[in-house]
Design a protein around this ligand. Sequence first.
Ligand SMILES: [Zn+2]
Length: 73
Amino acid sequence: MSQYPNSPLGLSPHLWDVLACPCEKHAAVEADEEASEIVCSKCSRRFPVRDGIPVMLMDQAAGDLNESGSTSA
Ligand SMILES: [Zn+2]
């Protein structure tokens, strides 16, 4: 189903060039192929990929968050 079967998570290689974590470090991100998630190399936040589109939103991130989550949706 992916347009880019040879690229991590099936995302465009160009997207990987520009993808960065929305955290204050704006750090590079990596693919977690098993989880189908994008992982920040600095803050370890994890971002889902929905319909082939990375959801790089802080409030959608999971992972090493110290702040207690407040949303459930
Ligand atoms: Zn980060």
